[in-house]
Design a protein around this ligand. Sequence first.
Ligand SMILES: [Zn+2]
Length: 477
Amino acid sequence: MDINVVDRFIEAKSALFSSLADEIWQFAETGYQERNSVRKHIDQLKAAGFNVQEGVAGIPTAFIAEAGSGGPVIGILGEYDALSGLSQKSMSLRCEPSAEIANGNGHGCGHHLLGTSAHLAALAVKSFLEERELQGTVRFYGCPAEEGGWGKAFMARAGLFNDLSAALTWHPWMVNTIWNMETLAVKQVYFRFSGISAHAGDSPHLGRSALDALELLNIGINFLREHMLPSARIHYAITNAGGIAPNVVQANAEGLYMIRAPKNQDVESIYARVCDIARGAALMSGCGLEIKIHSGCSNLVLNNVLNQVMHDNLSRFGAPSYDEEERGFAESMHRTTRPEEIEMAGRTLQGAWKDPKPLFDGIDALDVKRPGQLHGSTDVGDVSWITPTAQCFIACYAFGTSPHSWQWVAQGKSSIAHKGMLLAAKTIAASALELFVNPGLLDQARQELDQRLRGHAYVCPIPDEVSPPIPEQVVET
Ligand SMILES: [Zn+2]
């Protein structure tokens, strides 16, 4: 693959796509409400000659844009959702909400860059498939609500990734490396208890407390924690404590629980035990119980074959060069971080980075034999169960600044972020083209996936009857 051709194609689109990313940064639309961001992507994709299917999987802000014909079919995954409450002035070195963003949200996870870069990579691949008259299809997936809405899991449940030969994506980060870290599968579920209200002083014997049931559930889960996989996690929020009056026996109470574990099947077995505890809590307190699944996503299945392809291409391009002004800005941002944040930032690196600088300007080593473990989750996991999947992290932010922080929002329109976005597009495009030219790699990647799944077929963690949690009030910005 001629790296220079990819490099030139993408550099020539730099201004157009930097301004697209900036516009989406400005929209700052949260999960399932990304209507303006999606409109921008779709208009540009259609103008470039992609066939676009809008509103896929019953989600207004999910779409597929396709070009080419026949196999192999390479999917490139893009996102565009922001985080609520993270409005922040661009390039500011202190936490201050932006006057430009009316809805109070902010792009604190860089998904404005993620989706724009994936779009640009798909455009480059389309152009080369046509120019070289190669057989195959490139498909750009517009994936909504990664942040807790798990859009890709709903898209996977609808079968939208089933005919892919491979999927590629990336995430904006503080270093340039391959995502060689497993993530946890998660199931989000409501436990709702119903009791009988009564005067808590005069006639407590007539009441049945739903709040007692919820407390008993939590006590039971505390005992369970010692006897589950050490890397599993159960967190909860009390979403209804039954009111604020202590003198009324609480007739209703509800908690939202997140059950995380290394593999989908581990989550299912822990979930079954939590359900038993909830039934026990209902019996003990004399209350009724309703269990309602909210959503969930699968663990990430790594693929060494594709990770190596991506790493080789990333290394060929190398890190961007930065000028004095960019280095100075990164240094100032770096000074706003705490030592423990800098230590956390190093955990995605495989090679030793002896002297952390404010701006990562190298390419990390890849050791496929030493995968790491993140204790969070990503809905790319669902795609990775269905088709071989790889992703890279690309430096867009000063080292040590944390995702989901004001610092990430502040840096989202910087030239450093734009350069990272272009490097990601080049890496994804060159990797996809290598797979088109050398389909034997796709066979190897598929064999590896089959071996890793050991006969476990993909079962979406979200049952068919659960709808995507799309807010009723769609806020127009
Ligand atoms: Zn993210």
